[in-house]
Design a protein around this ligand. Structure first.
Ligand code: ADP
Ligand code: MG
Length: 319
């Protein structure tokens, strides 16, 4: 017999609720969380994954649990925040024990890695929809914002770009090892939490890449009232993406989405400090902030590159 709502909560979502500042976790009408230290701000974010829109309902539930938390931790990382607490709103068509076991396990493993306490949630029946809210702390005056980039700042990204989007496209010419590595990037993104923290006081602006570099860097430029030139030859690419780029196809690294890397700007005077900083992931300089608004892309032959489609918009026109 499938578990009742309360058995389900007790079995799969209780016991991951201990951590910094948790006075009371799952089981009451609300969690009780201790206030932060003076001068700290609470960074709060929420993301929803809808079956059929954000993921295939038949996909690996453990990876889904991981990804649901990872996309939220990526937002906290982009603010320079240290993750503390999460709440989970689950809408399920059925209470499938094997699915719940794997989903909650994937979520709990990443939560444990980052010291995140799952302090509450809500469980309802309906079309499969997963919503997670995460909160973390950051010194209020050192939080990383989208506004703050200035002409002359270097533009950087962590990791590599376009891997998740290529996994989704799943071209037939990939070997087994390459395909597995790309799928890992799509299904189990690594939130760049340590990098975000290390960039406090170093980056002038930051964002995490969920909708594609061009669109997300565009948000930083708009918020900062500046423009930029990005040099395509400098984009960090895994070999499969580099092969596409060599053939003139830059769509995935520029507009692929689901990268969950950080894109940030650093004033020239601090770039040497950045080079020595411990980000726990490689950061690559891909361009420079400029006073003239707009994002300019320079192809390897020096000519301007025009992007076919900038990024994903849930309410935008179909491509
Ligand atoms: P209420 O009816 O008072 O809102 P619920 O019956 O919805 O409370 O939830 C009981 C307890 O279980 C609460 O502490 C709630 O935060 C927690 N909870 C419910 N669903 C989840 C979930 N999916 N994950 C984690 N905690 C949950
Ligand atoms: Mg209640």
């Amino acid at each position: 017999m499938p578990p009742s709502e309360f058995e389900l909560i007790a079995r799969y979502f209780t016991g991951h609720d201990r951590g910094d500042g948790v006075l009371l976790g799952v089981g009451d009408d609300a969690a009780l969380l201790a206030p932060l230290a003076p001068g700290e701000a609470l960074a709060v974010t929420v993301d929803t994954l809808v079956a059929g829109v954000h993921f295939d309902p038949a996909c690996d539930p453990a990876a889904l649990g991981h990804k649901l938390l990872a996309v939220n931790l990526s937002d906290l990382a982009a603010m320079g925040a240290e993750p503390l607490w999460a709440t989970l709103a689950l809408t399920l068509p059925t209470a499938d024990a094997a699915w719940l076991e794997a989903f909650s396990g994937g979520l709990a493993a990443l939560a444990a890695d980052h010291g995140v306490a799952l302090v509450g949630g809500d469980t309802t029946r309906g079309p499969l929809t997963l919503t997670l809210q995460a909160a973390g702390r950051v010194p209020a005056d050192r939080a990383l914002r989208r506004a703050g980039a200035r002409p002359g700042d270097g533009i950087y990204v962590t990791g590599t770009l376009g891997d998740a989007a290529l996994a989704l496209r799943d071209p037939p010419d990939l070997d087994r090892v390459e395909r597995a590595a790309l799928r890992q990037r799509l299904e189990r993104p690594t939130p760049r939490v340590a990098a975000g923290r290390a960039l406090r006081g170093l980056a002038s602006a930051a964002i995490d890449l969920s909708d594609g570099l061009a669109a997300d860097l565009g948000h930083v430029l708009d918020a900062s009232g500046v423009g930029a030139t990005v040099t395509l030859a400098d984009l960090p690419l895994t070999p499969a993406l580099a092969r596409l780029a060599a053939a003139g196809d830059w769509q995935l690294p520029l507009a692929g989405g689901d990268d969950y890397e950080l894109c940030f700007t650093v004033p020239a005077a601090r770039e040497a400090t950045l080079a020595a900083a411990a980000l726990a992931v490689a950061a690559t300089r891909i361009g420079t902030v400029e006073a003239a608004s707009g994002l300019r892309l320079r192809a390897p032959d020096g000519t301007p590159y025009r992007l076919a489609r900038a990024g994903y918009d849930h309410f935008g026109a179909a491509p």
